[in-house]
Design a protein around this ligand. Structure first.
Ligand SMILES: Cc1cc2nc3c(=O)[nH]c(=O)nc-3n(C[C@H](O)[C@H](O)[C@H](O)COP(=O)(O)O)c2cc1C
Length: 254
């Protein structure tokens, strides 16, 4: 069922962008409690995977490359189970959209990690960070043309009425790799992930499943705000192989 909150998240798909320049000041307490409350509301793709999200500060982070730090980070932890990275992508993208809908900057951060003292606080595996704070640049895109994305016909063979793929097309991904591919129709969509060459796969292997979870969230939100029921099947899917791709999920839309 669609609700005003989902609609706000949906609208954010069309103007969000990664924010990498932040004001150094912290967000105020009221905003931080909004963020904490929303962390409790994140909807999992797979309820059987334990997850944990921690709101931490810039001093809790070590970066693999020089990084201008944000005033806050969310560290995502998960049980290491089949599909856990896709699940984290699906969940934390809800926060990325929530922050954008509240004019707060955010960016997925794969190139940094929480420090040891933070890692020791969780029994789960550290998966990814999301930075957040007041943007020191324009917080939204004004125009769809500002999204650097593949064209629809590069990410799907669905012809004709294929606009329902637009939210997934606009999804963010690590190094803007956009690994997704969609086949089927608006009642049943098969979601594939492109297999990368060996070198690229080594660099991206931790992030590609997160990208897929992000795109799955955008795609499913589209149908939910249109009042449709969406079932996302990731387990025991009838594997319909496609050369060069891995079948990740099938969406059944009613
Ligand atoms: C899993 C993941 C990891 C990412 N890691 C980084 C990162 O370490 N540093 C960074 O600046 N951007 C990172 N990004 C942001 C992407 O570069 C960005 O989403 C992509 O270029 C598309 O741009 P947009 O988000 O502004 O639409 C990451 C995105 C994802 C989904």
């Amino acid at each position: 069922m669609s609700n005003p909150k989902s609609e706000k998240l949906y609208e954010a798909i069309f103007h969000r962008k990664s924010i990498r320049k932040y004001k150094s000041t912290s967000l105020d307490d009221e905003t931080l409690s909004l963020v904490r409350n929303f962390l409790e509301e994140l909807i999992p793709l797979d309820e059987d995977i334990k997850t944990e999200f921690m709101l931490i500060g810039p001093d809790d982070i070590k970066s693999l490359i020089p990084l201008k730090k944000a005033p806050h980070y969310i560290a995502a932890f998960s049980e290491n189970k089949k599909g856990y990275r896709v699940n984290i992508g699906f969940m934390l993208q809800q926060m990325d959209l929530f922050l954008s809908s509240h004019n707060i900057g955010s960016c997925w951060v794969g190139m940094a990690q929480p420090k040891k003292n933070i890692l020791e606080k969780s029994n789960l595996e550290e998966v990814i960070l999301l930075s957040l704070g007041e943007a020191d640049e324009a917080v939204h895109r004004q125009d769809l043309g500002e999204f650097k994305r593949k064209k629809l016909d590069e990410i799907s063979d669905i012809e004709g009425d294929n606009e329902f793929l637009e939210p997934a097309r606009l999804a963010p991904s690590a190094t803007n790799n956009q690994p997704w591919y969609f086949t089927g129709n608006e009642n049943k969509i098969k979601v594939y992930c492109a297999r990368s060459n060996f070198i690229k796969a080594r660099v991206l292997k931790k992030w590609t499943p997160i990208d897929m979870g992000i795109a799955l969230y955008h795609l499913s939100l589209h149908f939910r705000v249109k009042g449709k029921k969406v079932e996302i099947i990731t387990d025991n899917i009838k594997k319909e192989e496609k050369k060069g791709y891995t079948h990740i999920a099938t969406l059944i839309i009613n």
